[in-house]
Design a protein around this ligand. Structure first.
Ligand SMILES: C[S@@+](CC[C@H](N)C(=O)[O-])C[C@H]1O[C@@H](n2cnc3c(N)ncnc32)[C@H](O)[C@@H]1O
Length: 200
């Protein structure tokens, strides 16, 4: 496993080297003017890709609980003179300060959600995502399939799409899309699934 200079490994491994960010972002069908949030952005490679290649007229939020991630995103913002990027250091399960109710078009969370199962903060995290998303906005979760395979998080903290649907349904959010053929090619098939929810 590569160790990035600022130690991102301590808070999770960037997916940059094994997931195709274009494949993921295409799923979101962005128009280029959305308010987008990379929730649990890590090294920010997806937020930066959205900023540079997709969302030229929109606003991008990059959120992470890890201070080094947000410091690096602030450096990127300053060095590249990016005006439409807002970086926030926050624990999503505790609330994301400075983000209003019903204000985000698209939230994307890649390889983050299983952490809420591990910390038993699923309801708190979903409640916060529900608060910030617009009525017709989308919460997109991409995570490892609930398989007992070596790469990725421990099996007990993985969730199937059906389990995720139940968690989100409990908050009045409804599934609007599911892709179970996405991610890395591993011997068992595609490593991930991507699921979207709306307030409905
Ligand atoms: C496995 S990394 C994935 C990073 C990025 N999404 C990617 O695909 O490269 C998980 C990230 O989620 C962040 N994270 C974990 N729990 C969080 C929480 N409760 N609130 C905000 N960020 C969190 C970690 O600090 C880490 O940067």
């Amino acid at each position: 496993m590569m160790m990035p200079p600022n130690g991102h490994r301590a808070h999770g491994f960037s997916s940059e080297h094994f997931l195709d960010s274009d494949e993921i972002i295409h799923e979101l069908d962005l128009n280029g003017n959305e308010t987008f949030m990379d929730a649990g952005c890590g090294d920010g490679h997806i937020a930066i890709k959205v900023l540079e290649d997709y969302n030229h007229e929109g606003l991008v939020y990059a959120v992470d609980v890890y201070d080094s991630s947000i410091e690096d995103m602030e450096t990127y913002k300053k060095e590249n003179n990016v005006e439409n990027l807002i970086n926030i250091e926050a624990d999503i399960a505790e609330g994301i300060p400075g983000v209003g109710d019903d204000s985000i078009d698209v939230v994307l969370m890649v390889n983050v959600f299983h952490g809420f199962k591990a910390s038993r903060k699923i309801d708190e995290a979903i409640g916060e995502l529900k608060r910030i998303i617009k009525k017709d906005g989308k919460i997109t979760i991409m995570d490892y399939k609930a398989w007992d395979v070596p790469k990725g998080p421990p099996t007990p903290v993985r969730s199937s799409p059906e389990e995720l649907e139940e968690f989100f349904n409990n908050h009045g959010l409804k599934k609007v899309y599911l892709n179970e053929e996405i991610g890395e090619d591993i011997p068992e098939g595609k490593s991930h699934y991507l699921i979207m929810f709306e307030k409905g």
